[in-house]
Every structure is written in structure tokens, then in C-alpha cells.
Design a protein around this ligand. Structure first.
Ligand code: GLN
Length: 460
């Protein structure tokens, strides 16, 4: 403050660095918060009734509906792998989010038409648009901050709240319209939500300028560093490598493969909220509490509400535990255990339904199941994303995040496949298999804690 002349370096102008106008965070975070909130509103709003629409309105049998559901949701996550690459190579992050959002909105509006070709075209557009938008909107959040900015993690937590706020509201509003008014009004509502997100994204574009410029700069610097590394590699002897990676890097890649497998099992169970458990809610659950009746597509919103409620508790818990905070492999093992237990809970109503066909069980079984599942999600989803960014060798971090999305894709396809059994296998057997796989995977994960920590080579 008291110094007379500040040296003017390139970083002298605080390009957003000092901006604390949104709860202590750069203003651009509010723009991205609402863009992603509306995008998730449209995505989860439509996902909440997609399989119901297929079985009730399109007349698909469970197996076919489950398969289409699985292929669609798996493709959404797989497309995200390419969305990151397209932004890096050609479009840049700002435009990728904009164009992605426009394609998503068009997709939902296409679904508002009745014809079957419109149905598939709409799903295809949402896949393309989400692939373009989803990885890049998070990318811009990251670059609102300099790499060493202490507010960064908190920024991502706020952003995660936006995601789940949208995921909570979407089913409540679009799901209600779809099931109580008209399916196609539900789809259109998702499109309107995405449009609202786009409008405020464009209006807020100036707030994103510093982040977009920082991204450009980081990309240029990374390219220059890669050049320098290549030049010096020819002159000075380096650590021995195999296929360009050191032993330490290979070990870390090994740890990531283990996390990938466990994450795929986890998402395979968790994503059944949109498939198997959605049909379970629709067919076997009372959709009323006291005198209040609600559409079954409201159930998936419970997941997101629990994320919002439990996230601060988890953040507090990890800080409170300090040095005792469990390692990432331990959190993964607990995450799988909770997810397995959530399906164990469902065995009780499942046996009940098997014994007295035609009855509908209390909605609190599903709500309880989602509560336990969320304890699992919070041990895996945010933790996994962060550990992938830390474990990956710098030059392939984009591809490794792609691998993380791929776990989602695999899990979603499995979740759709599982839904196909809801009418052909006894419910206790179906839920029992899911519970067994998760608990089995969790036991293996507990056994692997030590070796995986060894592979991680000191990364926490
Ligand atoms: N609920 C989070 C989101 O929608 C994460 C979901 C996931 O990775 N499958 O972004």
C-alpha cells in the first residue's frame, strides 16, 4: 500500500483476481452457478420422467426402456470426453458452453414433439450439447482463480450447490408438468430452463472475461513449457521412462485404474435413481405423504436435496477430523459400502411387495435409501474428481478426466440394464444383487486401501 511505485508486470492488472463481489468470490462464479443450475435443471428434470415416458407414453417394455435410458445417459457422459478436447483445440471454453447450451435447449424442445424420430433426435441433441457444455463450464470455474488461490475449493463447492439446486428443482417442476399436465409440456419446461440459463450466461459474459483470458494464457504457457521440456530432453539425461512416463507416474496411473473400476460400480448403483428406482417409485410406492399427493418423478429430487443438506456437514467433518481424515481409497470403500447398504434397506419393502402383490409401500423407504446413498456419493463423487486431477501426469490430465467421465458412462449403461429386470426378476433378488455387488466391491476396496495408497505415491 505504502510503496511508491509498483513494478508493472504482466500480472499487475488484477484481472478478476481481487474480485470478491459474489460471497467473497469473483462475480463470474454467480454467472456460472446459474448457467449450470439451469442446465442441470433441464437435465435432471427430464431424466426424472424419461423412463416413465418411455413405458407409459411410448409403450416400450421395461427392458427396451432401460436399454434406451442406459445408452442415452452413458452417451451423455462419454460425449463429455470429446467436449473437453473440442474446446481445447477449436472452440475455446466460452463458446463451447454457449453452443452446447443452445444444442441442449433445442434437444428438449425437439422432445416436446410427439413423433418417435423427434424423441431420438432430441436425445441425440442433448447428448451432443451436454458433452460440449458440461466439462467446459467446470473448466471456466477453475480458471476464475489463479492456481494458488485459496478460494478455489470453496468456489467449486458453491458451484456444486448450483448443480444440485438445479437437480432438485428440475424434477419438482418439469416432472410435475410431465406427469400431471402433459409429458411434452415437461420436456418443453426443461428447454425453457436451459434457455433461461443461456440468457443469463450471455448477459454475464463480461464477468467471465478474466477467466477466459486466464485460460488462454494458461494454455499458451502449457504449450511453451511442453516445447521447453522437449528441447531440454534431448540435451540433459532425465529419469528413465517407459512409454514417456516415470515409475512414479505409472504407479499413479495404476491407482487411477482402480478408482475407475470402483467408480463405475458406484455409478452403476447410484444412477438407478433415474431407472430402476424411478420405476419402483412409480409402481410400488405410495406417492403421497399425509393428504399431500405428488408425482413419482419427484423422488429423484430427494437425492439432490440430500447433497445440498449433507455437503456442509461433510466439509465440516473432514476439517474436524483433521489428520484423522480418511484417505481417498478409504473414502471410496465407505462410499461403496453406503451405496450397498442403501439397497439392503430396500430389501425390506421388496420382500413386503413380494409377499402381498399389489400393495404400495411408504415413500420413506426410497427417501431413506437416497439418504444412505448420498453419504456414499459425498465419499466418492467430489473426492474422485479431485484425486484424478492430482494423480494424473500433467500432459494427459484432460484424457484422465475423460476416464473419470467414462466411469460415469459405464455406470449409467449398467443402471439402465438393471432396470430391465424390474418386471422379470423378483424385486428382492434385483436389489439383493445390486447390494451384493456394491458391498463385495467395498470389501475389496477396504483390502486394497494400503496397496492403493502405496501406488498414489504421497498424493493426498
Ligand atoms: N451430480 C453431479 C452432476 O450432475 C455429478 C454426477 C455424476 O458425476 N454422475 O454434475
Amino acid at each position: 500500500m505504502s510503496s511508491v511505485v509498483e513494478p508493472t508486470t504482466t500480472a499487475a492488472r488484477p484481472s478478476g483476481l481481487e474480485d470478491r463481489s459474489f460471497f467473497g468470490h469473483p462475480r463470474g462464479l454467480s454467472t456460472l452457478f446459474f448457467t449450470e443450475m439451469w442446465e442441470r435443471f433441464s437435465f435432471y428434470g427430464m431424466r426424472a420422467f424419461l423412463i416413465l415416458y418411455m413405458v407409459h407414453a411410448l409403450g416400450f417394455d421395461d427392458r427396451h426402456a432401460g436399454s434406451v435410458y442406459g445408452t442415452y445417459t452413458a452417451s451423455v457422459w462419454a460425449a463429455a470426453i470429446f467436449g473437453g478436447i473440442i474446446a481445447d483445440r477449436w472452440l475455446g471454453q466460452y463458446k463451447s458452453v454457449l453452443i452446447g447450451g443452445i444444442i441442449i435447449a433445442l434437444g428438449h424442445f425437439t422432445l416436446a414433439f410427439h413423433a418417435l424420430p423427434a424423441f431420438y433426435a432430441g436425445l441425440g441433441l442433448i447428448v451432443l450439447g451436454t458433452g460440449l457444455l458440461k466439462p467446459n463450464v467446470s473448466g471456466i470455474v477453475g480458471s476464475l482463480y489463479e492456481t494458488n488461490d485459496a478460494r478455489r475449493d470453496a468456489g467449486f463447492s458453491i458451484f456444486y450447490m448450483g448443480i444440485n439446486l438445479g437437480a432438485a428443482l428440475g424434477p419438482l417442476i418439469a416432472g410435475y408438468l410431465a406427469q400431471r399436465v402433459d409429458w411434452h409440456v415437461g420436456f418443453a419446461c426443461a428447454g425453457v430452463g436451459m434457455t433461461a440459463g443461456l440468457i443469463q450466461y450471455v448477459l454475464g459474459r463480461r464477468r467471465l472475461q478474466p477467466a477466459v483470458e486466464r485460460l488462454e494464457r494458461q494454455r499458451r504457457e502449457a504449450r511453451a513449457a511442453a516445447e521447453r521440456e522437449r528441447a531440454s530432453a534431448t540435451t540433459k539425461p532425465t529419469e528413465p521412462t517407459f512409454w514417456g512416463f516415470t515409475t512414479v507416474e505409472w504407479k499413479r496411473l495404476g491407482a487411477m485404474v482402480v478408482f475407475f473400476v470402483f467408480a463405475a460400480v458406484f455409478w452403476g448403483a447410484y444412477e438407478q435413481a433415474g431407472s430402476t428406482l424411478n420405476l419402483f417409485g412409480d409402481r410400488f410406492t405410495r406417492t403421497s405423504i399425509l393428504a399431500f399427493s405428488f408425482p413419482s418423478s419427484w423422488f429423484p429430487s430427494v437425492q439432490a436435496i440430500f447433497v445440498i443438506v449433507l455437503s456442509p456437514a461433510f466439509a465440516w467433518l473432514w476439517i474436524r477430523l483433521g489428520k484423522l481424515e480418511p484417505s481417498t481409497p478409504t473414502k471410496f470403500a465407505f462410499g461403496l459400502l453406503f451405496t450397498g447398504l442403501s439397497f439392503v434397506l430396500l430389501l425390506i419393502p421388496a420382500f413386503h411387495i413380494q409377499d402381498s402383490p399389489g400393495i404400495r409401500v411408504s415413500p420413506f423407504w426410497l427417501i431413506g435409501c437416497y439418504f444412505i446413498q448420498e453419504l456414499g456419493e459425498l465419499c466418492i463423487s467430489p473426492v474422485g474428481l479431485s484425486v484424478f486431477t492430482k494423480l494424473s501426469p500433467v500432459k494427459i490430465v484432460g484424457s484422465m478426466l475423460g476416464l473419470w467421465f467414462l466411469a460415469d458412462a459405464v455406470g449409467n449403461k449398467v443402471a439402465g440394464y438393471a432396470a430391465g429386470f424390474i418386471s422379470s426378476a423378483p424385486l428382492p433378488q434385483l436389489f439383493g444383487v445390486v447390494a451384493g455387488v456394491c458391498i463385495g466391491a467395498s470389501l475389496i476396496a477396504f483390502l486394497l486401501i494400503k496397496p492403493v495408497r502405496g501406488l498414489m505415491g504421497g498424493v493426498h
